[in-house]
Design a protein around this ligand. Sequence first.
Ligand code: SAH
Length: 256
Amino acid sequence: MVYFVGAGSGAADLITVRGARLLGEADVIIYAGSLVNPALLDYAKEGAEIHNSASMTLEEVIAVMLAAEAAGKMCVRLHTGDPSLYGAHREQMDLLDDAGIEYEVVPGVSSFCGAAAALKAEYTLPGVSQSVIITRMEGRTPVPEGEKLRLMAAHGCTLVLFLSTGLLEAATEELLAGGYSPDTPAAIVYKATWPDEQVFRCTVGTIAETARDAGIKNTALVTIGGFLGDDYDRSKLYDPAFTHLFRTGTGEGEAR
Ligand code: SAH
């Protein structure tokens, strides 16, 4: 059995209870050493076989899983954040399907959630934005035509840029071309939830120079949008006048 486990965004105690239990039971652990906090390996049992996938190919990762399965061992594949975002676990699952090996996925705290916590921010503020676009600048991995950053930016909603710290000059151009004004609030969150987490608040116009001045080159997210500003509407859900399924308010209304 193989478990794809989300390690969470950094802090070792942000893994789920289920993920930590499985890590502790695993005979074989393959972890993404470029981004997973090595402190997570403290959950491993004595004698567990540990592989760092940073230097491995997909085929090598699968070979370790197949060998574990053949020996009747339990294997945890530890991915950073939540595996469903830029985790490349689909291709592993497909090869396990081909090999007839069973697997399960255990979600994790994605770094975009860790970043919101670091910022003490809510991405979906009423009256500001009700949508979050998770995207990236095009790098060696192409981005589909309809998802070019300037098209994403045209929505003006909350936007979280993954995997783009080395491309911030070009990203800024796209964000501005798409329609964010240069003074739209932005923030760079470096190593969200790690012990050495850092937060840099800036604007769309100053993202690139802020990262340059701070020497930020990787393991960072850029968040953009009015959610980082001061103005928003109160929620309907906790409005005293608002009636919903679980509470009768003093006024009209029923839907969120
Ligand atoms: N599956 C992961 C993302 C993997 S892609 C998740 O759910 O978070 C790797 C990119 O994620 C990095 O280039 C960086 O942009 C971002 N990232 C991962 N961990 C981070 C962290 N702790 N703080 C800020 N950004 C992080």
